[in-house]
Ligand binder design. Structure first.
Ligand code: ZN
Ligand code: MN
Length: 264
């Protein structure tokens, strides 16, 4: 049994942990093509693994991931024309988040951290939180953090991981950050020998509808993942886990004296 996963607990164990004030983490990913070398579940898998590492530090609980995300965009995820990319409407994602927040509130959860692992989800997740908070009321005692995990990567680390310059997070789809993090957490799911050799995709600063699929490399990879290593993944993940742990402890005023053990 994994001691931080909600889906591994009985409802009584879960209730006891919630009553003791545990932070609940909700990973929010996508089912989306990630090139020939990474699995379709990459965004939800990474968000879940990061949540589990942070939850172990703060005695938290990780809820099952929301594994369908908002529509993949050509300039940040390759777009909707790839087989396997399975997306939901913005209103659907917002409703899912709203319902989940409402349910956690009903359980008695007062500290909820929603960790976004798919670039296109950000504003629809925000909308879901806003709608739930409006219903629950500002004085319910529930507080929600929303975070994109990659925002916790420090500049020093990005400089070390990208000696030739960081191409920017949007072009990082299936590229060095995600591939290195996957090598760290799920090496058995990465096919290094299938990484395409082409350079970064060249996009204009605007979008066109219907999407100009010719703008997107046919591999689905937006910039090369060639320089990915598990060591880079370890460095990036260390930043993210440390930064998120610190933020969660600070914002939810967790008692540092418990030494990070579950407050059972
Ligand atoms: Zn991704
Ligand atoms: Mn994505």
């Amino acid at each position: 049994m994994n001691p931080v996963r909600m889906d591994n607990m009985t409802w009584m164990e879960y209730e006891q942990r919630v009553k003791a004030g545990s932070v609940v983490f909700l990973p929010c990913g996508a089912t989306e093509q990630h090139g020939p070398h990474l699995p379709l579940g990459t965004d939800a898998l990474l968000a879940s693994a990061i949540c589990e590492d942070v939850a172990r530090e703060v005695g938290g609980i990780v809820a099952p991931a929301i594994s369908y995300g908002y529509k993949s965009q050509p300039r940040s995820g390759g777009g909707q024309h790839f087989c396997g990319t399975t997306s939901v409407e913005g209103a659907t994602l917002s409703s899912l988040i709203r319902d989940a927040v409402r349910e956690f509130h009903r359980h008695g959860v007062r500290r909820l951290a929603i960790v976004v692992g798919h670039f296109e989800n950000q504003w629809f997740v925000t909308e879901g939180i806003e709608l739930a908070m409006r219903e629950i009321g500002e004085h319910s005692g529930m507080e929600v953090m929303r975070a994109e995990h990659w925002e916790f990567c420090r500049k020093e680390t990005l400089d070390a991981v990208f000696p030739d310059g960081f191409p920017g997070i949007a072009l990082e789809h299936a590229a060095v950050i995600e591939t290195s993090m996957m090598l760290h957490y799920y090496p058995q799911l990465v096919s290094l020998d299938r990484i395409p050799g082409h350079g970064p995709a060249q996009f204009p600063v605007y979008d066109m509808y219907p999407a100009r699929t010719a703008w997107v490399p046919s591999s689905g990879v937006l910039s090369s993942a060639k320089d990915s290593t598990s060591e880079k993944g370890r460095l990036l993940v260390a930043d993210v886990v440390a930064g998120m742990t610190k933020a969660v402890r600070h914002e939810f005023a967790l008692d540092e004296q418990r030494g990070g053990q579950p407050s059972l």
